[in-house]
Design a protein around this ligand. Structure first.
Ligand SMILES: [Ca+2]
Ligand SMILES: [Ca+2]
Ligand SMILES: [Ca+2]
Length: 777
């Protein structure tokens, strides 16, 4: 043991930064094409652990979380491919490798476990990996196609303990034309992807934004519910908030191809994705009315606790979910389900109007009101298990601490922590003991976000306790304990436990939707966690819970987007075992996917003076028709202008109310500024459900741009422009009270020469920059 520790005291051997060469295209002999790229390793450390093993860590790399395997750094690299293609293979062209000696005693990845006692712990017996770069598969968002590669800078031979470092490797990703029609590409689809060759993606797929139709919101339900007042009212509410709303019933999808209803539904969605500009999908109905798709994460065992019903089948419209054609969908390694989602999906799993109606009513109220309680998070974290001697093995409190310390506090959330106090109690700071009565009485106070980690079944979620000689479970929440929750302050919940949304049973997730929650994520089957989890990067279901909260609270995503993005990230970085595929399939959203912790109906009020006013829709995330945006001043305005230096018919786009055929400006968005002429003093009021993200950016062209200020709080102009300081911005704001009608800010001028101090929500601005750039205020 001593010898090994001495042998690994070398640190930071490699000083190369990770860089990616611009992809080079080459026609290969087989007639296909390829993308070439070069991957570099980074400085690494060999860290001695208390048990005498060493843990390899490489800057900017993560760990390949294969349960039981040695800890080996890996980098996941997503590479854009041209439209209409798929990856065939990865070929190593050139590699620079060096041996690092033998007898390395590497640390192991902890086992992954599930509530039914299954333990995943694999044994590595042959050298791994076969090649330094491995093709994981092809993925797509809409028409945007990318290959996913795994770059392993170390190769390990468990027979001798020999370790080899690949300093640099050049590979080509061979691709070919994909069979079948591709989905349409939407501008903006690829920008959110972590692509290694973003410049190439821009060339193939263009860049945004462009004026587009209203976001499509589709409701799938029974014919009876479709005709009900509750669903009709809800559809009208969504339409009033800017969505293009569609309702479909079995007669709409029954004619589509497919062996079973779920396949017909998915083919219907694929058919409607482009024409309806679909983004949100709300299923209203139980799984017997609108079925889930049953998937089989394990390719070798289609029975036991593996079959997993999922709505993820409707979120991804590009993957080949039964690539091997054996009738078992979603098998890891043999099929190609894709968790880069096209649609953000939620389900209200009830069939009667008397149950659905109040849930929809609650959802509508939630969408258009706000309260400080929504920025409060309740973190209820049980201990998951103990060693045979009664020591804590996995304390769920670490999930609460990671959420709190890494994003909740920074996002302005207050937290309340319920952790385990039964001996051996948690060592982590918390407010109160996790018990059933503390959980219900605390939650009754109203929390925007509730996240728990415990064991579970359809009935409840459970603490695991130690009685001195063995472990036993007791609930901290069940569906018989929800009556005290305040349904006027409904939470968005992540139920990180097994079976809380078990299909075919009354279950905790669906009962929460009736009382206590406006939206909730829960497992339709068993889910998996890693023993000793104490960091968000440790993977398993707790990492998915962490990511969901981060998207919801940190990025202000809607619940549907937060789950889709959490799964996309999880699929990118944390799928190393069959249990991970089961986690991705099992975790399902109940509730309207378009609700978020901030009200989706954010209202902008902007007083206007007679004559010309320069305004913007700072609260608008998705384009809406001009008439809708200015509906509140209908009759008081005569015309609207927008300016786009790149517009083909000249830079000025024009809109006159009641003149539909002659207008070159048809939609307004939250990124442009607008000149509006009004005949009398009035106030523009506009409520948007599609608030822009707190990180929304505006592409600027060299020269003049007429833009929005896409934030709902004022910001000092210097701070707001810091992301484009290198492009020497010059800003003008219309101001009737100023001598020449303008306030000015020139980044190159001394402070005394500038009259514009603050950028304001609802105002429009002229900004001149020296080069094309992206402005993140
Ligand atoms: Ca198979
Ligand atoms: Ca299959
Ligand atoms: Ca997809």
């Amino acid at each position: 043991m001593r010898v090994l520790i001495r042998a690994v005291s070398l640190v930071s051997v490699v000083a190369l930064a990770l860089t990616l060469a611009a992809p080079v295209f080459a026609q290969d002999a087989a007639g296909g094409s390829s993308v070439s790229l070069t991957l570099d390793s980074a400085p690494y450390q060999a860290l001695p652990e208390a048990d005498g093993t060493v843990r390899l860590a490489m800057d900017g790399f993560q760990t390949a979380l294969i349960p039981g395997y040695p800890v080996l750094p890996v980098r996941v690299v997503d590479v854009a491919l041209p439209p209409g293609t798929r990856a065939l293979s990865v070929v190593v062209q050139e590699a620079q490798s060096e041996p690092l000696g033998e007898n390395w005693n590497l640390s192991r990845v902890p086992p992954q476990v599930s509530d039914d006692g299954r333990i995943a712990q694999l044994e590595l017996t042959q050298p791994f990996p076969d090649a330094p770069v491995v093709l994981e598969g092809t993925h797509a968002v809409g028409g945007v196609v990318f290959a996913r590669l795994h770059f392993f800078p170390f190769r390990y031979d468990p027979r001798t303990g020999a370790l080899t470092l690949t300093r640099r490797v050049t590979v080509s990703v061979r691709y070919t034309r994909a069979s079948g029609p591709a989905l349409p590409t939407r501008r903006g689809d690829w920008e959110s992807l972590p692509l290694a060759n973003a410049d190439q993606a821009r060339e193939w797929y263009g860049d945004g934004p462009e004026a587009q139709a209203a976001q499509g919101y589709l409701i799938l339900t029974s014919a009876t519910l479709a005709a009900s007042q509750a669903v009709q009212n809800f559809a009208a509410h969504k339409a009033s908030l800017g969505f293009a709303v569609y309702i479909a019933t079995p007669s709409d999808w029954s004619g589509f191809p497919g062996a079973e209803s779920a396949d017909k539904i998915r083919n219907f969605l694929i058919n409607r994705y482009g024409p309806w500009n679909l983004r949100y999908l709300l299923i209203i109905g139980s799984a017997s009315t609108v079925p889930m798709k049953t998937t089989y994460p394990s390719p070798t065992d289609h029975g036991g606790n593996w079959p997993t019903p999922t709505d993820a089948y409707y979120a991804d419209l590009t993957g080949n979910w039964d690539a091997d054609g054996d009738g078992y969908f979603g098998e890891r390694g043999e099929d190609a389900p894709d968790f880069a989602a096209e649609l953000w999906v939620g389900r209200i799993p009830f069939d009667s109007e008397s149950v659905v109606g109040p849930i929809l009513q609650k959802t509508m109220t939630y969408a258009t009101t706000d309260g400080d309680w929504r920025r409060k998070a309740l973190l209820a974290m049980a201990i998951q298990g103990y060693t045979s001697s009664g020591a804590i093995q996995t304390d769920g409190g670490y999930l609460g601490e990671e959420m709190r310390n890494r994003y909740l506090t920074a996002a302005g959330f207050t937290t309340y922590r319920l952790y385990e106090e039964n001996p051996p109690a948690t060592s982590l700071p918390h407010e109160r003991a996790l018990t059933l009565s503390n959980m219900t009485s605390t939650w009754a106070g109203g929390y925007g976000l509730v996240t728990w980690w415990g064991h579970g079944n359809a009935y409840g979620a459970y603490r695991r306790l130690w009685n001195g000689s063995s472990a036993y479970d007791t609930p901290f929440i069940t569906y018989d304990n929800l009556s005290g929750l305040d349904d006027s302050k409904p939470s968005i919940v992540f139920q990180n436990s097994c079976l809380n949304a078990q299909v075919g049973y009354v279950n905790l997730a669906s009962e929460l939707l009736k009382r206590g929650a406006v939206a909730t994520v829960a497992g339709t089957t068993l889910t998996w966690y890693y023993l000793y989890w104490d960091s968000y990067s440790d993977g398993g279901n707790a990492t998915m819970a962490y990511l969901f909260g981060q998207n919801l609270a940190g990025d202000r995503d809607t619940a549907g987007a937060a789950l889709a993005d959490a799964k996309a990230t999880y699929a990118q970085s944390y799928v190393w075992f069959t249990g991970d595929v089961q986690n991705l399939m099992a975790m399902t959203l109940h509730g309207d996917p378009s609700v978020g912790l901030w009200p989706s109906g954010v209202t902008l009020e902007k007083p206007l003076s007679p004559g010309w006013n320069l305004i913007s829709f700072s609260n608008l995330g998705t384009a809406v028709p001009v008439a809708d945006a200015f509906a509140s001043i209908d009759g008081s305005y005569t015309q609207v202008y927008a300016y786009d230096a790149q517009a083909p018919g000249g830079p000025w786009l024009h809109y006159v109310p009641g003149n539909p055929s002659g207008n070159t400006l048809t939609m307004v968005d939250g990124l442009h500024g607008y000149w509006v002429e009004v005949t009398s003093a009035c106030t523009l009021r506009f409520t948007s459900t599609t608030a822009p993200s707190s990180a929304a950016s505006i592409p600027l062209r060299a020269g003049w741009n007429l833009v929005a200020f896409p934030r709902m709080s004022p910001k000092p102009v210097g701070e707001a422009l810091s992301s484009i300081a290198a492009q020497s911005p010059l800003v003008f704001a219309a101001d009737a009270g100023s001598p020449n009608g303008w306030l000015r800010y020139n980044s190159a001028a001394p402070a005394w020469a500038n009259t514009l101090a603050t950028l304001q929500p609802g105002a429009g601005y002229w900004i001149k920059v020296s080069a094309d750039t992206l402005w993140t205020p």
